[in-house]
Design a protein around this ligand. Structure first.
Ligand SMILES: NC(=O)C1=CN([C@@H]2O[C@H](COP(=O)(O)OP(=O)(O)OC[C@H]3O[C@@H](n4cnc5c(N)ncnc54)[C@H](O)[C@@H]3O)[C@@H](O)[C@H]2O)C=CC1
Ligand SMILES: O=C(O)[C@H]1O[C@H](OP(=O)(O)OP(=O)(O)OC[C@H]2O[C@@H](n3ccc(=O)[nH]c3=O)[C@H](O)[C@@H]2O)[C@H](O)[C@@H](O)[C@@H]1O
Length: 466
């Protein structure tokens, strides 16, 4: 990658990225890949050490190569010293976490506040602060006040918002080729700087939407709320399918052909998890309530409730499959990550279900191709296996909770020989149920064809999960 061209003899802006987690590490590496000099800052020295050595501190396809290449080229550096990073940069991206507050649905904004204050206090020359973290509407305005208070006299600084829409597992492509860019609250000068930074994707046709600050903040959380709503919609319909003997996967295919609806995010199953969708709809609920916008609160409450009910549904299916109790029964759990192609287990439905079964006395053995370490850190008391075969050996019940390719392409005839009980709960509707049936398995899916699942008559009798 060649260095960005100087426009009107202005040197290319130097970039700092504050927070090098799933978002920040990817953003920093991608900006370096675009040719900019980038310094990533994190308060976690372990992460910084790994990144400095050219390694990604988590599993994300394509990211290690990007980090290695740009660290080696000298364009990408990392430090725990915010002042040092701010001093050598002109544009400062805030990428720190905004997790759910403990004991509340509100977002914890202490990290973004600390980052904004820290950047402002350490400015040695004019700069642009660009928020990328996902925040409740109104946060940018609050941060502007914090920055104005903290910035040394005589230094000109602007704070704008540029929300991020990347998906884990596809983070590199999503960052280098975003499907849209939103610039919030920018002056003409700040907009020009952002257009310069994103010159490559813009030149490739990426649309830019220039908005006021609150709209930019709200676009982000609305996008996640819509995706969550779509998933909960299809999961509500899956419950109807179960009761009526219909097939939700086929139904979703048919719905998806309507371009106004689209097939994506209509996969029924265990529901959504991860470090973003769950906490973002809750933060939006909380903020909407503060603003007196009650329709959004009611809608999102339903979305959340339907979603959490899916985890209970899998637990109910497991109890049903094992005759009412899982006590001392061996359950092989395939999947721990909140979705495939990541090792992220934040609010993972898969791990939640595994832990709930463990709590009811089951001997749970979890296998995940990438998330063993992260899962074990969070739930050290669960059993873990090094392979799918090890997890399923002697299992009374098999539960597929993350749709990794390794599971969807597994040979059901081979696995049949390992287990004690030949019932599989397909929590992600990802298995070829007909093939598993032919291999002698009973498949319990999340709203699919009864004739493919011998226990479906019993399922129809299950009380709806509330
Ligand atoms: N993970 C994702 O796919 C996406 C995340 N987002 C948003 O991006 C934000 C960050 O999310 P993740 O990267 O997933 O979180 P994360 O928890 O992986 O990373 C946050 C990082 O910030 C660091 N940090 C906290 N305070 C700091 C400070 N004052 N100075 C320097 N570093 C600090 C933490 O040590 C951590 O490494 C959140 O608001 C999230 O909603 C937005 C789009 C995609
Ligand atoms: O704000 C964020 O951090 C990001 O959140 C999501 O990205 P991500 O959390 O990486 O994962 P998704 O691919 O959206 O999946 C979220 C959850 O929904 C579940 N899901 C997804 C699709 C579907 O049809 N059904 C379904 O249950 C997945 O299994 C997963 O648990 C959004 O898709 C990104 O655009 C956004 O930037």
């Amino acid at each position: 990658m060649t260095a960005p061209k100087k426009s009107k003899d202005q040197p290319a802006p130097r970039i700092s990225v504050i927070g090098t987690g799933y978002l920040g590490a990817t953003h920093a590496a991608a900006m370096a890949e675009l040719g900019f000099d980038v310094v990533g800052v994190d308060t976690d020295p372990r992460k910084v050490e790994e990144l400095k050595e050219g390694r990604a501190p988590f599993f994300e396809p394509g990211l290690p190569e990007l980090i290695r290449r740009n660290v080696a080229a000298g364009r990408l550096t990392f430090t725990t010293d915010l002042a040092e990073a701010v001093a050598v940069s002109d544009v400062h991206f805030i990428c720190v976490g905004t997790p759910q507050q403990s004991g509340s649905f509100a977002a914890n904004l202490s990290y973004v506040e600390a980052a904004a204050r820290g950047i402002a206090e350490n400015l040695t020359h004019d700069g642009l602060i660009v928020g990328k973290s996902t925040v409740p509407v109104g946060t940018g305005a609050r941060l502007r006040a914090i920055v104005a208070d903290a910035v040394p006299a005589g230094i000109d600084v602007e704070l704008v918002w540029n929300p991020e829409f990347l998906r884990e597992g596809k983070a590199v492509d999503d960052t280098l080729s975003p499907d849209r860019l939103v610039f919030g609250g920018t002056s003409a000068k700040a907009e020009a700087t952002l257009r310069r930074i994103y010159e490559k994707p813009i030149s490739e046709g990426c649309p830019v939407l220039v908005a006021d600050l609150p709209t930019a903040e709200l676009v982000k959380v609305s996008a996640n709320a819509f995706l969550a709503t779509k998933i909960s919609f299809i999961n509500a319909i899956a419950e109807v399918c179960d009761a009526a003997g219909a097939d939700v996967s086929l139904l979703a295919d048919a719905l998806g052909h309507d371009v106004r609806i689209g097939r994506q995010f209509l996969n029924a199953g265990l529901g959504f998890g991860g470090g973003c969708l769950p906490k973002d709809i809750r933060a939006l609920m909380y903020r909407s309530n503060e603003l007196g916008a009650h329709a959004a609160v009611g809608l999102l409450q339903q979305v959340d409730e339907i979603n959490m009910g899916r985890r209970q549904r899998v637990i109910d299916l497991a109890l049903k499959a094992l005759g009412g109790s899982v006590l001392n029964r061996r359950i092989g759990v395939l999947g721990a990550a909140f979705k495939p192609h990541t090792d992220d287990v934040r609010d993972s439905p898969a791990l939640n279900v595994a832990a709930a079964l463990h709590l009811r006395g089951a001997q749970v053995v979890v296998y995940d191709p990438q998330a063993r370490e992260t899962a074990q850190r969070l739930y050290p008391t669960l059993g873990y296996a090094d392979s799918m075969e090890e997890a399923l050996t002697g299992a009374d019940l098999t539960v597929v909770l993350t749709e990794w390719d390794e599971f969807t392409t597994a040979d059901p005839a081979g696995l049949r020989e390992l287990v004690r009980g030949r019932t599989v709960i397909d929590g992600r509707n990802c298995l070829d149920a007909a093939a598993w049936n032919r291999a002698g398995w009973s498949v319990l899916a999340m709203g699919t064809v009864p004739e493919l699942a011998p226990l479906a008559d019993d399922l129809a009798a299950l009380a709806p999960v509330r």
